[in-house]
Design a protein around this ligand. Structure first.
Ligand code: SF4
Ligand code: SF4
Ligand code: SF4
Length: 248
């Protein structure tokens, strides 16, 4: 039986999620043994227009990206969005709060009107094409990546938690960040990271995106309990949640 052909592509991002894959060391050799990697700009020079699985890192910020992504989708049987930039738009969505001309002016100054700097409001990959699987996080977790890829290769549906970070945080018996007068997004953000940030004494800022049906009433109750308002919570949703707020 021939191995599935895998291609990895990047769009607007820091490439940190690909770096997580490169850094998998011995485990990457096992995975690479199970597939035929035919294109991966960060790790090899070969290119191919024939692949079964396309892994997409980064968000979509230009019309030419959109066209390129649609071509990739048309060639791939399975398309996987890798990391927060791809799954939810990531930090690149911060710019969506502003006018694009304003943003271009800040970044490119007097050269902003040059056509090569053209841009539009950031989109997650699934705002342009159908996504079959998402690997969440900024950056992704290496163990979760390996597990999800293995399950996909076996034809199984990978397990991706659809409960909030608070569940993992409570299981670790962390003291809640609200007790330190911090606003944590854990009650509405998808678990799977092992409550990495609260376990390191930092609030969750939402890199895995919202659970499918955020319990906004419970979030409101938490805010009320600590004398905070919904507006306080919304202000903390900006970094990874711009323009995709659940209605709290
Ligand atoms: S999700 Fe985070 S680590 Fe991954 S490419 Fe985007 S900014 Fe970089
Ligand atoms: S709100 Fe944050 S710190 Fe508190 S339990 Fe939930 S994830 Fe943990
Ligand atoms: S705790 Fe929140 S911000 Fe931190 S890794 Fe998990 S989902 Fe991302």
């Amino acid at each position: 039986m021939s191995k599935p052909r895998v291609a990895i592509f990047d769009f607007a991002c820091c490439e940190g999620c690909q770096l997580q894959i490169v850094n998998m060391e011995e485990e990457i050799l096992d995975l690479i043994g199970a597939v035929d990697v035919v294109e991966w700009r960060e790790a090899m020079s070969e290119q191919s227009s024939e692949y079964d699985v396309a892994i997409i890192e980064g968000s979509i910020t230009r019309m030419e990206d959109e066209k390129r992504l649609k071509v990739i989708r048309s060639r791939a049987k399975i398309l996987i969005a890798l990391g927060a930039c791809a799954t939810i738009g990531g930090v690149n969505k911060l710019k969506n709060q502003f006018e694009m001309d304003q943003v271009k002016g800040w970044v490119y100054g007097k050269n902003a009107s040059q056509p090569q700097f053209d841009t539009y409001p950031t989109k997650a990959v699934d705002e342009v094409v159908t996504v079959d699987f998402k690997i969440h996080g900024c950056p992704i977790d290496r163990a979760e990546f390996a597990s999800i890829i293995r399950e996909i290769l076996l034809g199984a549906k990978p397990f991706v938690p659809d409960y909030p970070v608070c569940v993992e945080c409570k299981a670790k018996e962390n003291v809640c960040r609200y007790e330190y007068n911090e606003i944590c997004l854990g009650p509405i953000i998808r678990a799977g990271c092992g409550a990495r940030c609260p376990s390191g004494n930092f609030r969750c800022f939402g890199c895995r995106g919202y659970v499918d049906n955020p319990n906004v009433e419970a979030a409101k109750e938490v805010m009320e309990k600590y004398g905070l308002t919904v507006e306080d919570l919304k202000q903390k949703m900006v970094l990874f949640g711009c323009q995709q707020e659940p209605s709290v």
